[in-house]
Write a protein that binds this ligand. Structure first.
Ligand code: GCO
Ligand code: MG
Length: 409
């Protein structure tokens, strides 16, 4: 078998997505997701201008060889653009291999290790009544684990809180990218946040009881000592995890947090290789690996990363917001089903237009996702529908403190 074409499709049904479609001489095609929120065209160019020409004529079955070739022959290693591009190729090749084998991808990864994949959804509210409504709505939608984000008194706009009713006319989806010519400015006050959040979790526990798994995303905004304090303050409310408590480029920072709190820690949605986790995993400074298949070199690299984590009883918590396309989500689900050290999967539902462009075989029933039984990853791209939604510039917001200093968002 030989690769005859590698086409990059950029489409913006509800938001921008970058998809790679690899075609082979016997007619099998494979899809990979290379979406990098707010920097989509950089990956599209990396793929179309620098990777696609190298793929023509190669044997699509040689996945490990192609991965190593793309990683090493570029000379310039790592980084979100490079690793998203490699991920797109890698997932498309796994899709082709599994279609050629006539099996869903999870079978090639060792078969199912569980019946279904526990997913968590995003509840948010500007105040407690709104937050409680949002949690109830998620429970009605079938979610059995819930991430809780709220506004902070005195802060106008906060990451993770839905600003307006979503596509279904109800308040449950948070979409960070905004179709604006410039990044929107939000504000931040860490002391106000640290004072406010424990009371919110106390109220949620009182209302919904002790069993419901609750998660929270700190979105890189705290210093290590602030994160340590928040972890301690949240311990009575038994969180499933506290995510991205510090900007974890400095892996040693997590040692300090760990010394002060037993709250489970999840990190890594902005990471893109195993090297970003080396200290974190070896010293057992985290409990969950948050990387996306889409941003971390695909199935090949994620499998190695999660197998490494498994040696230390660290589990998966694969990144799955709406800026991971249905292709990237499906790839994650096959991996989730196959690995032993699965923890939880993030799942935000895509909008109707996205579902029209990407036909999916995965299901969400009673809080559990399943990738389905179609050969490959189980997603098909409707290229005519995709063409009806051209790229639209969109940016993530950013934060400033009250005095105007730029802060982590
Ligand atoms: C999450 C993330 C997202 C990111 C988004 C940026 O936990 O799902 O923090 O909400 O902000 O992926 O593009
Ligand atoms: Mg996050």
């Amino acid at each position: 078998m030989k690769i005859t074409a590698a086409d990059v499709i950029v489409t913006s049904p509800d938001r921008n997505f970058v998809t790679l479609k690899i075609t082979t001489d016997d007619g099998i095609t494979g899809l990979g997701d290379g979406t990098l929120n707010g920097r989509e065209l950089a990956v599209a160019s990396y793929l179309a201008d620098h990777v696609a020409p190298l793929l023509i004529g190669r044997d699509p079955h040689r996945i490990e060889d192609t991965w190593q070739f793309l990683y090493r022959s570029a000379y310039w290693r790592r980084g979100p653009v490079t690793m998203a591009a490699i991920a797109a190729v890698d997932v498309a090749l796994w899709d082709i291999k599994a279609k050629a084998a006539g099996m869903p991808l999870y079978q090639l990864l060792g078969g199912a290790s569980r019946n279904g994949i526990m997913a968590y959804g995003h509840a948010s509210g500007r105040d407690l009544p709104e937050l409680f409504d949002s949690i109830r709505l998620h429970l009605e939608l079938g979610y059995r684990s819930i991430r809780v984000q709220t506004s902070v008194p005195g802060v106008d706009a906060v990451y993770g809180v839905a600003a307006q009713p979503s596509i279904d006319g109800k308040r449950y989806d948070y979409e960070p990218a905004q179709r604006t010519p410039l990044p929107a400015e939000e504000d931040w006050d860490t002391r106000a946040y640290l004072r406010h959040l424990p009371g919110v979790f106390e109220a949620v526990r009182n209302e919904f009881g002790p069993e419901l798994p609750l998660l929270h995303d700190g979105h890189h905004r705290m210093t290590p000592i602030q994160a340590a304090r928040l972890g301690k303050d949240l311990e009575p409310y038994d969180l499933f995890w506290l995510e991205d408590c510090t900007p974890a480029e400095n892996q040693e920072a997590l040692r300090l947090v760990r010394q002060h709190t037993t709250i489970p820690l999840a990190i890594g949605e902005v990471f893109n290789t195993v090297w970003d986790y080396q200290t974190l995993i070896r010293e057992q400074l985290i409990d969950y690996v948050r990387s996306a298949v889409t941003h971390t070199g695909g199935i090949t690299a994620m499998r190695k990363l999660l197998d490494y984590a498994a040696q230390y009883q660290i589990k998966s918590g694969i990144h799955g917001p709406t800026d991971i396309s249905p292709v990237g989500m499906a790839a994650a689900l096959h991996l989730d089903l196959a690995i032993h050290n699965f923890g939880i999967q993030e799942y935000m539902r895509h909008g109707a237009a996205t579902d029209e462009v990407f036909r999916q075989s995965f299901s969400f029933t009673n809080g559990y996702l399943h990738p389905g039984e179609l050969p490959g990853i189980g997603v098909e791209l409707d290229e005519e529908a995709a063409a009806r939604f051209p790229y639209q510039a969109a940016y993530l917001p950013f934060n400033r403190l009250k005095d105007g200093t730029v802060h982590d968002w």
